[in-house]
Design a protein around this ligand. Structure first.
Ligand code: PEP
Ligand code: MG
Length: 574
């Protein structure tokens, strides 16, 4: 299923032989409709903007009336029983592709005109109908310019096999939600939709972040084998679900899950997570037209706590804004050029104190039911932290006065995800009960790279030496002060960073639930001495590419070595 920036869908590829004449008639009407509307646009543009603007539509109309184009499309409908939508899309996309491959920038731009024409035709054929992503009737792969977090969250997991988007970054919230839905996805690969027609075979490789269009037989074979290998790997990892994560010299590491929705606790438990290290509560806003009431907050938290059956959960207060769910804070919102640097997250909570208190009340009330911790996101200055803590203090007093049952001594921690907070980690460590390092934002702010902007995705590097130094600083500060520290950004779900993080002193990670078994597996293949040596060497390198290549190589080596020694051991036993 293809969605352009303007989202349309080609519902069917073939029509029955006896429907061909009627379909040709439908195509003819669509052509006339588009032609008339182009004429009208041409006239209006000439009148209002001048001749040169009118000519744009004139050129589109001429292209549309080109008999060769029309014959080609009709030919496919007649000879192959293609639906008019499918035939038009196929022919026009072939032209667009040809324009783009001519190697001439001016002609390459004409591809956009052809695509525009395709959209007009499809709109005329389909009516204005926009597809309901949530009401799919058959299995599909979705290829879209962009999917918003809420569109992604509403995808039907039983029908959508995977998706790829042109826009976004791999730690954007659309990508995070793909993880929550456990969907193969590639987010932010740049311009590719014009190279695809409905009906093409497409492979989505979420591991390497690639989309392959029209693969040859060898590539298909390779991916079929990969799919089988992944299945047997996941069977092997399933055995780890009930095993505690320990290095092979016996050091216990806590591997928790990151969740967006209460239902995900089941996935955490199934995969043997040690609780929930990050509950992104802003997703309570998804699909809702109002700010959640205290009862709505409370019910969601109770659901999570009860499903965890005594395991800990860190509830993060609302982290709205930037690329996340916008929320109902219009009265405070401006139209910033840099939303990631704007009124988001804790800044918004400190502005809308009533809403903040509603959430804090709900957390403290739910906390009597289990092991709950509160965490503030995007803390930048000590004053901000102190303000948030003061409001929490007020809420505690209010609850006491009202006689409602609640828990008073809930541990209070903060995300370290702004470089300023990392640099002052020694001071912050004296005022909180724990740290959780949010590498997704830390990387974006330290490297000045928007995490959801595909155009700079190659500059977004977790392995940058500056990031390693910031991590070390925060971990050391936590250790000196004797407070727990976790990494909950996507970095900790990536196997190649596990030895580095352990070697730097981390004993707690919070990862996407799907990654729990794999992360445990890597931990089990490591000794602390290995991890420390790897971290020391990585810290001596001066460019991200070298750090990442080195870490990738080390993980591959460790896994292969122990596989080899397992085989040798069993050979010796025989
Ligand atoms: C982070 O920034 O690393 C993080 C875990 O928070 P989020 O991805 O929700 O911004
Ligand atoms: Mg963050």
């Amino acid at each position: 299923m293809l969605f352009g920036a303007e989202s349309f869908r080609i519902p069917q590829r073939f029509v029955s032989v006896d429907a061909v004449e009627a379909e040709l008639g439908r195509f003819e009407s669509a052509l006339n409709l588009v032609s008339t509307s182009l004429e009208e646009n041409e006239r209006l543009a000439r009148e209002r903007l001048g001749d040169q603007y009118g000519a744009i539509f004139g050129a589109h109309r001429m292209m549309l009336q080109d008999p060769k184009l029309r014959n080609e499309i009709e030919g496919l409908i007649r000879s192959k029983c293609f639906s008019p939508e499918f035939a038009a899309s196929r022919v026009l996309r072939n032209y667009a592709r040809a324009f783009r491959n001519l190697g001439n920038p001016y002609l390459a731009e004409r591809a956009a005109d052809v695509i525009d024409l395709e959209k007009r035709l499809l709109r005329a054929l389909l009516g204005e109908q926009h597809p309901e992503l949530s009401h799919l009737t058959e299995p599909v792969i979705i290829l879209a310019h962009n999917l918003t977090p809420s569109e992604t969250a509403n995808l039907d997991r039983t029908k959508v096999l995977g998706f790829a988007t042109e826009a976004g970054g791999h730690t954007s919230h659309t990508a995070i939600l793909a993880g929550a839905l456990e969907l193969p996805a590639v987010v932010g690969i740049g311009h590719f939709l014009t190279d695809i027609s409905a009906g093409d075979i497409v492979i989505i490789d979420g591991n390497s972040g690639t989309v392959i269009v029209d693969p040859d037989e060898e590539t298909l074979e390779h991916y079929r084998a990969e799919a089988l290998a992944a299945e047997s790997q996941s069977e092997r990892l399933a055995a780890l679900q009930t095993v505690e994560a320990k290095t092979h010299d016996g050091e216990r590491v806590h591997v928790m899950g990151n969740i967006e929705f209460p239902q995900e606790v089941a996935q955490c438990r199934k995969r043997g997570a040690d609780g929930v290290g990050l509950y992104r509560t802003e997703f309570l806003y998804l699909g809702s037209d109002h700010a959640p009431t205290e009862e709505e907050h409370y019910n969601a938290y109770c659901e999570v706590i009860e499903a965890l059956d005594g395991q800990p959960v860190t509830i993060r207060t609302l982290d709205l804004g930037a690329d996340k769910i916008p929320g109902n804070h219009r009265e405070f919102a401006s139209e910033p050029d840099n939303p990631a640097l704007g009124l988001r997250s804790i800044r918004l909570s400190l502005r809308d104190i009533d809403q903040f208190k509603v959430q804090l009340r709900a957390i403290l009330r739910a906390a009597v039911k289990g092991d709950v911790r509160i965490m503030f996101p995007l803390i930048t200055s000590l004053l901000e932290l102190r303000k948030a803590r003061m409001i929490l203090g007020d809420v505690i007093e209010d609850l006491e006065e009202s006689g409602v049952e609640f828990k008073r001594d809930v541990p209070v921690g903060m995300m370290v995800e702004v470089p300023a907070a990392a640099l002052l980690a020694d001071l912050f460590a004296k005022e909180v009960d724990f740290f959780s390092i949010g590498t997704n934002d830390l990387i974006q702010y330290a490297l000045a790279v928007d995490r959801s902007d595909q155009a700079v995705a190659s500059l977004y590097r977790a392995g940058d030496p500056s990031i390693l130094r910031l991590l070390r600083m925060v971990i050391d500060a936590a250790r000196t002060q004797g407070i727990p520290v976790t990494v909950c950004g996507q970095m900790s779900s990536d196997p190649k960073y596990i030895p580095l993080l352990l070697g730097m002193g981390l004993r707690s990670l919070s990862v996407t639930p799907l990654a729990v078994p794999e992360v445990k597996d890597v931990i089990g293949h490591l000794s602390l001495a290995d991890a420390e040596a790897i971290a020391d060497h990585a810290m001596s390198l001066d460019v991200a590419r070298d750090v990442e290549n080195y870490l990738r190589g080390e993980v591959t080596r460790l896994l292969a070595e122990s596989e080899h020694s397992e085989t040798t051991d069993s050979d010796n036993r025989e």
